[in-house]
Design a protein around this ligand. Structure first.
Ligand code: EPZ
Length: 421
């Protein structure tokens, strides 16, 4: 197993290029299941979750070629509609194949994803919505068994909670259904918007893209002619590198980003006192004269993303005063708190609210990554700490950050990947 050894205290400088968004690429790869011909996807991040989903498609019988940041996927050869436990258990987002498989083949079996380090993460909303579209769903032997022999039909879906992959699953199912589907309380994340746009470019009539009410007019089972897709930039990777600049008191530029996608992150950085120069597709961050404490409440897009909560907690350790961070989306997304304390952090936890008392002198430590974004918070703290840190269990990081250590080292950090004995 690999770990990262980080010598803290180095200033960063220069420019880092942001990769394609993992969470946009995953539903786009799943959407190739409802494509008529093979589809090329470019600007794919070279991260493990992408390889996992491609492997899942391969297991179903699809063919793909994958090199660096592009893949060509041909799903016309699919022979199986069973997404098996061994893959789904390693990546919850595998559930994204449920809607498209059911819509195209009229039946499928997908292993239940189960809980994970950040919470229980049920899929009841996905299942209820598909039932409303005429699917017969049962859970047996740890698998979701879904059937719709006559095909799915349009319905009005009201999500009780905003769900990103739930919205994506229903969008893909509705694209092939008979008639009109309206999703009320839909997710508005840029990743959802890109999926809508791709479906629209493939001939599906969609209204309300980017709003919380989306209407889809289905193709009645006709597979979609999809053109080459270029994945949007990763807004969470962008935010994480901005935090890397901020926490090391450095001036760095992030390139190939869509600034509008990270407005809530930029506002918080500005409130903390950091300088920001915002171009069309790049942003330069410069040090704060005095780092101010912040208040953060995570919420759905366009609110402050839960996927940036841990990184801002690391940054808040350096603020001059008390910051309050409230996690509203996941019930257990504070696993990094105990690890941040190893660097010397003074954080009090009460339910879903963390009180971070700064400023803190951070000292290098051995820490354990618990989930993807928690891991990046530990890397950030290590960059700012005096001395050497070892971040263990970095397989979490490899799921979602492309070339993390080489990107950081090119900015002047001292990060080495080593193997546990
Ligand atoms: C997506 O997960 C992202 N994953 C997550 O990114 C992200 O943290 C999350 O959205 C929130 O922004 C992908 O896009 C692949 P949800 P998702 O359904 O879709 C509850 C990362 O680090 N809920 O929007 O699984 C759920 O428990 C990851 O890259 C139900 O109760 O999240 C949560 O409390 C981690 N029933 C809330 O809704 C359901 O059927 C929002 O979850 C579905 C969700």
């Amino acid at each position: 197993m690999d770990y990262l050894q980080i010598v803290g205290g180095n200033k960063l400088r220069g420019k880092v290029t942001i990769s394609g968004a993992k969470n946009a690429a995953l539903p786009l790869i799943a959407a190739t299941i409802i494509a008529k011909d093979s589809v090329q996807i470019t600007n794919l991040p070279n991260v493990r979750d992408i390889k996992t989903l491609l492997k899942l498609l391969d297991n179903l019988g699809a063919r793909y070629e994958h090199a660096k940041s592009a893949a060509t996927i041909d799903t016309s050869t699919i022979t199986s509609t069973k997404a098996t436990y061994d893959i789904v258990r390693t990546m919850r987002a595998s559930i994204l194949v449920l809607g498209p498989l059911l819509a195209r083949f009229g039946h499928c079996e997908v292993s239940l994803p189960g809980g994970c380090a950040i919470g229980q993460r049920p899929i009841d909303l996905h299942l209820r919505a598909l039932e409303q579209m005429g699917a017969d769903i049962s859970i047996k032997g740890g698998y979701v068994h879904a059937k719709a022999p006559q095909g799915l039909r349009g319905a009005t879906i009201i999500f009780d909670k905003i769900t990103v992959t739930g919205t994506e699953n229903i969008l893909m199912a509705a694209a092939l259904a008979k008639g009109k589907t309206t999703i009320i309380n839909a997710a508005k994340e840029p990743e959802v918007v890109q999926l809508c746009q791709i479906l629209q470019n493939s001939g599906v009539d969609i209204e309300g893209i980017g709003s919380d009410e989306i209407t889809i007019f289905g193709s009645e089972g006709e597979l979609l002619p999809m053109e080459t897709i270029s994945v949007i930039p990763d807004r969470i990777e962008a935010g994480t590198y901005l935090c890397a600049g901020a926490i090391t008191n450095s001036t760095i530029t992030i390139d190939k980003v869509i600034p509008a996608h990270i407005e809530s992150i930029l506002v918080k950085l500005q409130q903390m006192g950091f300088g920001l120069e915002i171009g069309d597709s790049n942003i330069t961050i410069s040090p704060a004269r005095r780092i101010e404490p912040i208040e953060i409440v995570t919420s759905e897009y366009p609110g402050f993303p839960t996927d940036m909560q841990a990184q801002f907690m690391a940054l808040a350790l350096l603020a001059n005063g008390t910051s309050i961070i409230e996690e509203r989306l996941f019930e257990n997304r504070f696993m990094h708190v105990a690890e941040l304390r190893r660097f010397g952090a003074n954080i009090q936890l009460k339910g879903n609210i963390a009180t971070v008392i700064g400023p803190t002198e951070l000292y290098g430590a051995d820490v354990m990554a618990t989930d993807l974004r928690a891991s990046s918070a530990l890397v950030l703290a290590a960059l700012a700490a005096q001395g050497t840190s070892n971040v263990h269990r970095i397989y979490h990081l490899d799921r979602g950050y492309e070339n993390l250590e080489s990107k950081l080292n090119a900015l002047g950090a001292q990060v080495t990947r080593l193997q546990e004995h």
